[in-house]
Design a protein around this ligand. Structure first.
Ligand SMILES: C[S@@+](CC[C@H](N)C(=O)[O-])C[C@H]1O[C@@H](n2cnc3c(N)ncnc32)[C@H](O)[C@@H]1O
Length: 383
């Protein structure tokens, strides 16, 4: 996350700035703690607060930092936000509530499961409380970072990212997939082009990548398993791109995600070939899939949970496995103590080989400009 703390060098630069009169910190007289308390008791609380603020700033500056208030746009980069330009559809607010009986039921069932995948290291209740506004689940939150991923100048960065994805759109998905900004998604419009969002760009990029690598669009009766499917972002996009898809199964170990995925796939009117399989029914997953996808999900689970999922993949002999981790240089888990354990070897140990590994945005210059360094890791089952 971005903080408005600048380095000591920039503080010194400011000292040489002709505008420095506005930037200079107040000098703080040295007084004893008792005198300070006595003064505080007598003083106007507003003035005391201001004095304390200035004192804290001065202390931070002496330590080499400058602390300043961030503006409205800046707040988007550090907080859960959503775009309410498009109102929620009728009934959404009434249904997307923590006390919805279906969510309560899923939560109780998942809590009672004795499965490694159901033990959470990141996606715990506190994390969800801080990082998700349920009814606005396509906003900037735990599922898809939009502003926080793009940082300042989001519009320009989004434009560059769009040009990059457009360049490789061999399936013409910019013409078939649309973004309506529902449920809080931030959308960007450029000229006469239809609006784009992070959800749309990521999905188009992933589908084209899989098509280029394994001929996704040419597979008769395509069957996809999406592990850690979130609210069903890719299920929605892929089933719209390939209406003839034979199966797209979404599975997740977080009750809120399963709940939202059930809601969203129903709301979008996706065909019956798209299923949301609750974790406790994981044995209902199909025997055969052409590809398993895991986009930013294994990285947010424990090593034990990941190995449990890898066993489910390996026992089905799924020929292709796409992983997009959160740490671009390596595949790593998130453990309870905050450490991260590598799991590339665990994939290889189950009979897979890494056949491709590349950044999701392919131009070096562009990646630098948009500061987005995620990578695709594509594995294939050895025959
Ligand atoms: C950042 S979201 C990504 C969602 C989706 N793959 C996408 O790209 O839109 C991470 C997802 O991982 C899921 N997740 C967290 N822990 C998991 C676990 N132990 N097993 C499976 N999924 C998990 C969360 O519920 C969430 O849906």
């Amino acid at each position: 996350m971005r903080r408005t703390v600048r380095s000591v060098e920039s503080f010194h630069q400011m000292q040489n700035d002709p505008r420095r009169m506005r930037l200079q910190l107040p000098t703080v007289p040295q007084i004893s703690a008792d005198a300070l308390l006595a003064k505080a008791r007598r003083a106007n609380p507003e003035l005391v607060r201001g004095w304390l603020r200035r004192r804290a700033k001065a202390g931070a500056a002496r330590a080499g930092f400058m602390v300043s208030r961030i503006d409205e746009e800046g707040r988007r980069y550090v907080a859960v936000t959503h775009n309410d330009d498009v109102p929620l559809p009728p009934g959404a607010e009434a249904e997307l509530r923590q006390d919805n009986p279906r969510l309560v039921e899923l939560q109780a069932t998942y809590d009672a499961l004795d499965l490694p995948s159901a033990v959470h290291t990141q996606w715990r209740q506190g994390f969800l409380k801080k990082n998700l506004s349920l009814a606005w689940f396509r906003g900037d939150n735990a599922y898809v970072w939009q502003f926080r991923q793009l940082g300042h100048a989001a519009r320009i960065r989004m434009y560059l990212a769009m040009l990059d994805v457009l360049e490789r759109d061999r399936l013409g998905l910019f013409d078939t997939l649309r973004e309506d900004g529902l449920f809080g998604a931030f959308t960007f419009e450029f000229g006469d082009r239809p609006p784009v969002s992070r959800d749309l760009l990521d999905s188009i990029n992933e589908i084209n990548y899989l098509d280029q690598q394994m001929g996704l669009s040419q597979i008769e009766g395509l069957r996809v398993l999406d592990i850690g499917a979130g609210y069903g972002r890719l299920a929605h996009r892929m089933s719209t791109a390939f209406p003839g898809l034979a199966a797209y199964d979404c599975v997740d170990a977080v009750a809120t995600s399963t709940f939202l995925c059930e809601y969203y796939t129903r709301f979008r009117g996706l065909p019956e070939t798209v299923r949301v399989v609750p974790l406790h029914e994981h044995e209902k997953l199909a025997e055969r899939y052409d590809v398993a996808v895991n986009i930013h999900s294994f990285s947010e689970a424990s090593h034990e949970a990941i190995c449990w999922w890898l066993d489910r993949i390996a026992e089905r002999d799924i020929p292709w496995l796409l992983i997009v981790p959160n740490t671009p240089d390596e595949l790593r888990s998130t453990e309870l103590d905050g450490s991260m354990r590598p799991f590339r070897q665990d994939v290889l140990d189950r009979g897979y080989e890494l056949v491709d590994d590349r950044p999701i945005h392919q131009s070096d210059e562009l990646r630098e400009l948009i500061d987005l360094h995620d990578r695709f890791y594509l594995f294939r089952k050895r025959s």
